[in-house]
Write a protein that binds this ligand. Structure first.
Ligand SMILES: C[S@@+](CC[C@H](N)C(=O)[O-])C[C@H]1O[C@@H](n2cnc3c(N)ncnc32)[C@H](O)[C@@H]1O
Length: 279
């Protein structure tokens, strides 16, 4: 089988599972990972025969994609803010919206020394991207999941970034003392929307990372704000669900005495919160 035929086979096998744009992106992931080729090579090597061992790998990946397994888990990696991170089923796959949150914070803070804590760090993506961009900052990450922390520490070590990760459960009486800024993308999806979530997310990504407690979708956002308030933190950046803006701000006002600003993502949805105290 040559590569042109393999490409047709890939598209035909998966056409009922993914829309065209997704299929193209998946094909490029596979070509890069299995063949080690860039986008251009994928189309200029049409007549080249697929070697048998790689053919088997392609078939295995096609079967996993048919089961909606995220391509990032299949190949064990994800890209975030210019960094390549290892990911596995213990961590959320870093999202483009979260890159926006990081970019927002970096834009607000040029280079002055800061002590930053990433709460619910998962793969460590936020903490590592901040440290990569601002090497003079002290950056730490916390998470309740020891499996996620192993992945985050592995990423820090692979990238040579000095970020400490430790276990902490924000449901407990913890504090964020000693940090100037808290950044968090906590679990915020209301359980009531569970049925509308894509299969690849619902079946494979950790529910611990996705869902807020039943009947209290703002629980973690409110809790991060509350602990920040008690700890004397002056600034908090958070990602949130796009549809809960007014109720969420009202809820946060019950625990945060400073200003609360809602910021929009590139698609114009209210996705981010910036909480600030005047010093
Ligand atoms: C939406 S994920 C975000 C992961 C990563 N920061 C990112 O942006 O891709 C939320 C993270 O919060 C963690 N988490 C859930 N409950 C927690 C708790 N009670 N205390 C601390 N972290 C928690 C999950 O393990 C998960 O890694």
């Amino acid at each position: 089988m040559d590569h042109a035929t393999l490409r047709q086979h890939f598209y035909r096998q998966l056409t009922n599972h993914y829309v065209q744009g997704e299929l193209q992106s998946l094909y490029h992931w596979c070509v890069a990972e299995i063949e080690g080729w860039g986008r251009a090579e994928a189309y200029t090597r049409n007549e080249q025969e697929v070697i048998p061992a790689k053919r088997m790998h392609w078939e295995e990946v096609i079967e996993r994609l048919k089961r909606y397994e995220p391509v990032q888990y299949i190949f064990g990696k994800a890209y975030f803010h210019g960094l390549m991170l290892s990911v596995d089923a213990s961590v959320l796959i870093p999202r483009p919206e979260t890159e926006e949150l990081v970019a927002m914070m970096l834009k607000d803070h040029a280079s002055a020394q800061k002590r930053v804590l990433d709460v619910g760090t998962g793969s460590g993506c936020i903490a590592l991207a901040l440290k990569h961009a601002r090497n003079n900052w002290l950056v730490e990450g916390v998470d309740v999941s020891s499996a996620a922390l192993l992945t985050a520490r592995g990423n820090a070590s692979d990238l040579g970034l000095d970020v400490a990760f430790r276990e902490s459960d924000v449901r407990d009486e913890v504090d964020f003392e000693g940090f100037d800024v808290i950044i968090s993308n906590p679990p915020y999806i209301p359980t009531r929307v569970q049925e509308s979530i894509d299969k690849n997310v619902l079946q494979y990504e950790p529910h611990l990372a996705l869902f807020a407690p039943e009947n209290d979708p703002h629980y973690f956002l409110r809790r991060v704000a509350e602990i920040s308030e008690k700890s004397g933190v002056i600034e908090v950046y958070m990602e949130s669900h796009a549809t809960e803006e007014e109720a969420l701000v009202a809820d946060l006002k019950s625990v945060w005495s400073g200003s609360i600003e809602v910021k929009h993502d590139l698609a114009g949805r209210p996705r981010f919160l910036r909480l600030e105290k005047s010093e």
